[in-house]
Design a protein around this ligand. Structure first.
Ligand code: AGP
Length: 601
């Protein structure tokens, strides 16, 4: 969703602000804008453009060299992606600029009141109401922008990260957050505010977390955080564990391809030091039900988690779409363990489901990839995945590490509840340790698959089949293809085929089948499913660890226990989706209409 950057320091602000916005491009956006003070008390320099950041840069012309400024990439919610609707928004004097991520739910009422009081609106956005309100509040608070921001936040309903700058005090930037991310970057004689540490990672690795409903005011040499009642609070400082190069393409044509190739490292980083004890603050003996809540790819990882945790730990597991969960008033109590899975740790649907579960007394163990994210902070315990920054909108290495996290949780419960024998624990650990090398092996032999993929570039629809954990893997393969290739794709459980979906099969329909491990009884069943679709004209691409003569195209993966097969089988599926996006001329890293971090419900 929207990217937010604020800089105040001793260099011209245009460069760090634009550079920060570029590093946040991955979040997904459709317009961009910047506000820089000119002279104290004079209107701010503003430039906004719909489209990509490049269009904004081309439009910039001569910019002020002032050493403070704010910038924004917008993912449209209220009002289309036009120059006028782009942020920053200004008050009627043009001296106060505001940028916003999230949704202001009571904006219509605020707008009607403000218009009655003479404020002139230019855009269709919910944000513009806030800048007019802030302008009034600033006057009421004798020019104190932080006090004005606190007053305004108390009147707002919804979720927001807000950043404001006024030409009277050009070195001061004021921010606020509720249910939407905002971090402070602590530099030397310069400070940053951003929706994500990636924006300032090339300047500083020191960051400060902000809590819910807090306001922050930064200058080049100070950071003051307050609650909405004005009491000063200390932010939690932390060191960012990755460096700028991790958020760069490093010779790959796209971030997604780089991230596919980073999977062996991401898996081994997530495993390091975790196999003997996870040190989770959860008393598993007191738990009688587990609910995994997540969205999209993370949900698919959760589906695999159900198989792993039930098999290893013997506790019943439900997997729920976070966006649906709280609305059906599910039964849960203090004996329920809820596991939210989220790469960003900021997904609003998942956060709201987490809060609902917490309010009912459930224990929360989140699986997150982002240090200090809201979901991580609101959980009783966190198992961090160590995928490093995932920049491409389509998740790849985060999914691989979420799967590993599921196995680790299963292993931990099995160990704590004695549902696994010592021998079983050793085998699982050995299998997990071998995963990075096996993924590496697939990546070394993936080139012919890219060529095969190109043959299907004009297909109208591609179907994915799997059984057991191959079923969620099929769902993930289909999701990747939809996101990247903008093609119709659907994943089915092999056994369900004959109950309806087989009607979709026509002459030439490509079907990608994930063959279960040979040692599982399901291999024979899948073999029959493949024969069924072939008999109706399908062209079948089979992903299998063993030879299979019934395939039109066979993609071999290394042998692994059935439970862990998704970690390997998903790799060719990611490559297929990637290649299909490339050959169809799509934007691989920022597919249309999508955002990396979905901070609205
Ligand atoms: C994955 O390719 C998608 N971009 C999307 O489904 C994503 O997994 C989902 O939005 C959840 O995000 P999260 O892991 O950051 O919560």
């Amino acid at each position: 969703m929207c990217g937010i950057v604020g800089y105040t320091g001793n260099h011209s602000a245009v460069t760090p602000v634009i550079e920060g916005l570029r590093r946040l491009e991955y979040r997904g956006y459709d317009s961009a804008g910047i506000a820089i003070p000119t002279q104290p008390g004079q209107p701010l320099f503003i430039k906004k453009r719909s489209g990509k950041l490049k269009k904004l840069e081309e439009a910039l012309g001569k910019t002020p060299t002032t050493s403070s400024g704010i910038g924004h990439t917008r993912w449209a919610t209220h009002g289309g992606p036009t120059d006028t609707n782009a942020h920053p928004h200004l008050d009627n004097e043009g001296n106060l600029a505001l940028i916003h991520n999230g949704i202001i739910e009571n904006y219509e009422q605020l707008r009607a009141e403000l218009e009655k009081r003479g404020h002139k609106f230019k855009s269709e956005t919910d944000t513009e109401s806030v800048v007019h309100l802030l302008s009034e509040a600033r006057k009421e608070n004798n020019g104190d922008l932080a006090a004005a921001m606190r007053q305004v936040c108390r009147q707002l309903k919804g979720s927001f990260t807000l950043l404001a700058i006024h030409s009277d005090k050009p070195t001061h930037i004021v921010g606020a957050r509720r249910n939407s991310p905002l971090v402070v970057g602590l530099g030397t004689n310069e400070n940053f505010l951003a929706s994500d540490v990636a924006a300032f990672i090339s300047h500083t690795k020191k960051a400060l977390e902000l809590g819910q409903d807090q306001v922050v005011e930064i200058t080049p040499n100070s950071v003051v955080i307050t609650n909405l009642d004005g009491t000063e609070v200390q932010g939690k400082e932390y060191e960012i564990s990755w460096d700028a190069s991790a958020a760069e393409r490093g010779g790959f044509s796209h971030f997604m391809l780089k991230e596919i190739y980073e999977q062996p490292k991401a898996i081994s980083d997530t495993l390091i030091g975790r196999l003997s004890d996870l040190d989770l603050k959860i008393k598993f003996k007191k738990i009688n039900k587990i609910v995994i809540i997540a969205c999209g790819t993370a949900y698919n990882a959760g589906l695999v988690g159900k198989y792993a945790i039930e098999k290893c730990g013997g506790i019943p597991v439900d997997v729920e779409l976070a966006s649906e969960y709280r609305y059906r008033e599910p039964s849960l109590d203090e004996k329920t363990l809820v596991i939210p899975i989220s790469q960003s740790g900021e997904t609003m649907d998942t956060l709201m489901a987490l809060r609902y579960a917490k309010s009912k007394g459930a224990k929360i163990l989140s699986v997150c990839n982002t240090n200090g994210s809201t979901i991580a902070r609101e959980s009783d315990s966190v198992l961090y995945t160590h995928a490093g920054p995932e920049i491409a909108v389509a998740s790849t290495k985060a999914f691989a590490t979420q799967l590993v996290a599921m196995y680790l949780i299963g292993l931990e419960i099995g160990r704590k509840l004695n549902t696994l024998t010592k021998r079983e624990i050793d085998v699982i650990c050995e299998e997990l340790n071998q995963l990075p090398a096996k993924v590496e092996q697939i990546l070394e032999t993936v080139e012919p698959l890219r060529e095969t993929t190109r043959k299907f570039k004009s297909a109208e629809s591609i179907l994915f089949l799997g059984r057991h954990v191959g079923y969620p893997t099929a769902l993930e393969g289909a999701l990747k293809l939809k996101e990247l290739a903008y093609m119709h794709a659907e994943g089915f459980a092999g056994g369900e085929l004959k109950h309806g979906p087989i009607a979709l099969i026509d002459k030439g329909t490509p079907v990608i089948a994930i063959m279960p491990s040979q040692d599982s009884l399901l291999a024979e069943k899948m073999s029959s499913n493949i024969q069924e679709v072939k008999a109706r004209g399908a062209i079948v691409i089979v992903i299998s660890e063993h030879e299979f003569s019934g395939a039109d195209y066979l993609i071999r993966i290394p042998k692994v226990t059935q439970l862990m097969q998704p970690v390997l089988a998903v790799v060719p599926l990611q490559v297929i989706a990637y290649e299909m996006a490339v050959v169809r001329g799509n934007d691989v890293d920022q597919p249309r209409n999508l955002a990396k971090s979905v901070t609205v419900e």
